[in-house]
Design a protein around this ligand. Structure first.
Ligand SMILES: C[S@@+](CC[C@H](N)C(=O)[O-])C[C@H]1O[C@@H](n2cnc3c(N)ncnc32)[C@H](O)[C@@H]1O
Length: 460
């Protein structure tokens, strides 16, 4: 019942799984509840079609909670080992808890029909295309003619759990020893600080979690740190600390990874982080605290540049502001800026199956305007000779190469910097690198690195 409530919040009220987790965690109180919510969302569209085919007339919009009860029930019958009688009885009795006893007979009859149908022979193998809205499937086929089927199938898989070892606190070898002592299976990731667990598990049960010895971070997201380091290492900067801005930083995954890799490489640095949501900045501070990274909230009062720089060499400086507008609350210019832009999240559908149901073509049309605004504004804060990395967790060209294309047309002082991941994690696009969840180890992500030419003025 709690799972169908969560579904109704997501589908009717446009909430995300993240919202359910943050505001109604009691609905996902057991691993089974979570499995049922994620599983039903992954198969929502095909289950919806199946349930509709058993209804004499469609349910009214106000009865969506009954529809969701049926979908969760059908999911259990078709995609889990839960005993059919238990799934059906549970769904029928939930009508009472929901105050919808009139639907008791209907729920019982439809689920029994579905059970009979499933027993009379194997159901045709589900087509992953049918688990995507038509507009999305068409777009994927259009943009990935050879890989769309594989990509849509990957969107229905469970994502692996990858760890980033916090090398400021422990060594990877020590951490591996702890995993082995706790009998937790893993394989080594592509970088010294990355490990992939054989089986996902609650992060807080991992060894050393409360001591901040590791963070959960997909390998595609960990690539940001590798790419930033490649650019920072390869550039010759003036003497002194590197000044780096993470412009869309919350909840701080890439920010703290960067902190750890800069520290490990012995590069003197000042790290600044912006986000336009104050609550999410608090999350950065909390996560930083667990990882043992000091943070400092930038105060609106003016302080001298020297004082600000002293603080930044000691702590990650956090500021709340719209990164698409200047002035920004920190220094005027940076050696490197990371924009992990707000995006459709279409590369993370296997982790967030709600995206498939909530994303609309209209939203996808609006996002590039916002992404372009961020890029355009932040470009003026890159030092001549410095770099900017633009990233999204999207697989759609509208948010990726097309944003970069229109940016390059307007900004003659920008040039694409070659990207090398040393690993077979992504494929080159016209301007950047596209990672796809067809590689089971990574979410879908896009990266493009830009360099600012030293002596040309921007035409913007
Ligand atoms: C994809 S998330 C960043 C994830 C983060 N980099 C990480 O690795 O944990 C995008 C972030 O951008 C923030 N954001 C959205 N619009 C923004 C804006 N105009 N200025 C600054 N931050 C913004 C959102 O609040 C969100 O936290």
């Amino acid at each position: 019942m709690d799972v169908s409530r969560a579904l109704t919040q997501i589908i009717r009220h446009g909430r995300t799984i993240e919202w359910v987790r943050a505001n109604r965690l009691q609905w996902l109180s057991t691993p089974l509840h979570q499995q049922l919510l994620y599983g039903t969302l992954r198969h929502y569209l095909s289950l919806e079609g199946l349930v509709a085919s058993h209804l004499k007339k469609p349910l009214k919009a106000k009865d969506q909670d009954i529809k969701h009860l049926l979908l969760v029930g059908a999911y259990q019958l078709l995609h889990t080992q839960i005993a059919a009688h238990a799934a059906i009885n549970e769904s029928v009795s939930a009508t009472k808890t929901l105050g919808r006893t009139w639907a008791k007979g209907l729920v019982n009859a439809i689920l029994r029909n579905i059970q009979r149908q499933s027993q009379s022979g194997p159901l045709p193998a589900a087509d992953p295309r049918l688990e995507h809205p038509d507009w999305m499937a068409d777009k994927l086929i259009d943009q990935y003619p050879d890989r769309a089927a594989e990509l849509m199938a990957a969107n229905g898989q469970r994502a692996p759990m990858s760890l980033r070892i916090n090398t400021c606190v422990t060594s990877t070898q020590d951490y591996k020893n702890q995993l082995e002592a706790a009998d937790i299976g893993y394989t080594e990731g592509p970088w010294p600080e990355s490990l992939i667990l054989d089986h996902p598990q609650p992060a807080s049960d991992l060894p050393g979690w409360s001591r901040g010895e590791c963070a959960v971070q997909d390998l595609a997201a960990q690539s940001a740190g590798q790419i930033m380091m490649q650019l920072l290492r390869g550039n010759t900067y003036e003497q002194g600390a590197l000044r780096i801005l993470d412009a869309c930083a919350a909840p701080g995954g890439k920010l703290f990874h960067l902190k750890e890799t800069l520290t490990a490489a012995g590069l003197k640095h000042q790290l600044y982080a912006l986000d336009n949501k104050a609550k999410r900045l608090d999350d950065i501070a909390l996560i930083g605290e667990r990882l043992g990274h000091r943070t400092h909230f930038q105060q609106p009062t003016l302080i001298s540049t020297e004082r600000q720089e002293m603080i930044a060499e000691d702590s990650v400086v956090l500021g709340c502001a719209d990164a698409g507008k200047s002035p920004i609350p920190f220094a005027e210019s940076f050696d490197a800026i990371l924009i992990d832009a707000p995006c459709s999240g279409s590369g993370t559908i296997r982790r967030n199956p709600d995206i498939r149901l909530l994303l609309t073509p209209d939203t996808l049309q609006q996002l590039p305007l916002q992404q372009h605004r961020l890029l355009q504004n932040l470009w003026q804060h890159v030092k001549p000779g410095g770099n900017l990395v633009y990233a999204t967790c999207s697989v759609f060209a509208e948010e990726n190469d097309q944003v970069i294309h229109s940016f390059l047309v307007k900004n003659k002082d920008a040039q694409v910097a070659p990207l090398r991941l040393d690993l077979d994690l992504g494929s080159p696009t016209q301007y950047g690198l596209q990672l796809l969840p067809t590689n089971a180890l990574t979410d879908g992500f896009y990266y493009c690195a830009l360099s600012k030419m030293p002596h040309l003025a921007s035409a913007s």
